[in-house]
Design a protein around this ligand. Sequence first.
Ligand code: MF3
Ligand code: CO
Length: 258
Amino acid sequence: MIEILSPAEVERGKRTGALVADILHGLKARVKVGTNLLEIDRWAKAMIEAAGAQSCYVDYAPSFGRGPFGHYICTGVNDAVLHGKPHDYRLGDGDLLTLDLAVLRDGVAADAAISFVIGGAGDDESRALIDVTERALAAGIAAAAPGARTGDISHAIGTVLRQAGYEINTDFGGHGIGTTMHQDPHIPNDGRPGRGVPLRPGMMLAVEPWVMADTDVLVTDADGWTLRSKTGCRTAHSEHTIAITDSGADILTLPSSS
Ligand code: MF3
Ligand code: CO
């Protein structure tokens, strides 16, 4: 089912989105060389609870994971690109970290992800991976408007990734979101323009390009959740929740100070 949210619900989605962004950027500012992924998970839990929101992850048990996720945020390091399950690991200088967070507040969910390098400026490959996912995200959002279709978003993302020389995996991608985190339609990170579901005002969508440096093949970690690049190469992921408006799309997951 494709959900169309009322203007009041989209307003609530904007508040949930600002909370998600504030938590992600607050964590980014706090995470240092030596921070343990389990500390990040504890901080995320505390920040979600302090805001009176609920985790979309802790009890989540979809077919693509083994049992409930059991944590509050996804933490993917280097080759871990999606659904990174927090574990006892201390971040090192130069590690590429992806944080992915979805919460529900006042009945409306929001989902966002950021990737960044720990410590110094980072290596060229990491910077290129992060940059291409951010550019693909911006292109996907720019293609989102009433009258366009999900395939237009997919095509815009895929064009940026492909032109940068990356192979694209379409097994996991963007999705509808609203009163729950994962809804139809699926928005693969590549596709044909003019195809797919027509976009309408009141639709909320999570747009989430991700990329692996030298492969399009994922492997599942022994933890039953974390998806890694098969070759062990580095990866990046950027995600926003947007709402289709009468004239285009609003980004809901922007920090409250922006
Ligand atoms: N937020 C992720 C997505 O972008 C889903 C993570 S599910 C989890 O769609 F259970 F792994 F957290
Ligand atoms: Co998502």
